[in-house]
Design a protein around this ligand. Structure first.
Ligand SMILES: O=P(O)(O)OC[C@@H](O)[C@@H](O)c1c[nH]c2ccccc12
Length: 269
């Protein structure tokens, strides 16, 4: 059983909804990237989604785009991100880490090299990858990653056609990420009724846990999703809250203050 599978199994056993915060690696401060990961866990994160900075993040809205730009300006690359996961693993062997990113940086780094470095990063290091621009048909390029034990997190959206949904549901591993609306990250447009229907459809087709993201910004929206999802993902609103902080106490406090009410709302389900 992978670390992601174990985490979702224990959430289920405890009747809890998972909280998956997304941060762009190296933002707001490369020096405190590892401290931020620990702060997310202390504030109740069940899985960490770590974005690999990329210059052309076409699925991302302005908030995450700018976070990526800031990290790139500070020289953050894939090698740094893997190093931070290795450091994180020295103190946290339980929290799954999923790297979110685009194919280009992986291709430049080399898939084989990435795969071996990702798992060498301490006790199994990275657990999964969510490669936004790598459809199932092309995911053969990721086979070195899969061979190294990394799970590929697949994305489904409201625009996913029924036949394709069946395919995605059959191939899902770790968890299936249901994107709540067709668009870019950070937009505030959440229609929970539609999402519930789609998630129920996915559940009928797949054994994988379902995480819902895009447009979740606060305790209220997280709670609305929690009624039918195994986990909620929160990105832009958190990235926005962290922006501009540069001392470690400020970063840690902002992460905690932002996530605490969300964690509490999920636990009050
Ligand atoms: O920012 P939002 O609306 O809270 O959505 C989560 C999201 O940030 C994170 O999961 C993510 C960041 N970039 C992505 C690109 C595609 C899919 C998902 C993502």
């Amino acid at each position: 059983m992978s670390r992601i599978d174990r985490r979702f199994a224990s959430l289920k056993a405890a009747g809890r909804t998972g909280l998956i915060p997304f941060v762009t690696a190296g933002d707001p401060s490369p020096a405190h990237a590892v401290a931020l990961m620990h702060a997310l866990v202390d504030a109740g994160a069940d899985v960490i989604e770590l974005g690999v900075p990329f210059s052309d993040p076409m699925a991302d809205g302005p908030v995450i785009q700018h976070a990526s730009e800031r990290a790139i300006e500070k020289g953050v690359g894939l090698g740094d991100v893997l190093g931070w996961v290795a450091q994180f693993r020295q103190r946290d062997a339980d929290t799954p880490v999923v790297l979110m990113g685009y194919l280009n940086p992986l291709e430049i780094h080399g898939y084989e090299r990435f795969a071996s470095e990702a798992v060498a990063a301490g006790v199994d290091g990275v657990d999964g990858v969510l490669v936004v621009d790598c459809p199932l048909e092309e995911s053969v390029v990721l086979s070195p990653l899969r061979k190294a034990g990394l799970q590929q997190i697949l994305l489904a959206a409201p625009t996913t056609a029924p036949a394709r949904m069946v395919q995605l549901c059959g191939s899902a591993e770790g968890f299936l990420y249901y994107v709540s609306f067709a668009g870019i990250t950070g937009a505030a447009r959440l229609s929970t009724g539609d999402i519930a229907t789609r998630v129920a459809d996915i559940r009928a087709k797949s054994k994988a846990p379902v995480a819902v993201g895009f447009g979740v910004r606060d305790a209220q929206s997280a709670k609305a999703i929690a009624g039918f999802a195994d986990a909620v993902v929160i990105g832009s609103a958190l990235v926005e809250r962290l922006a501009g902080a540069d001392d470690v106490d400020d970063i840690t406090a902002r992460a905690r203050d932002f996530l605490a009410p969300i964690r509490a709302a999920l636990d009050a389900q």
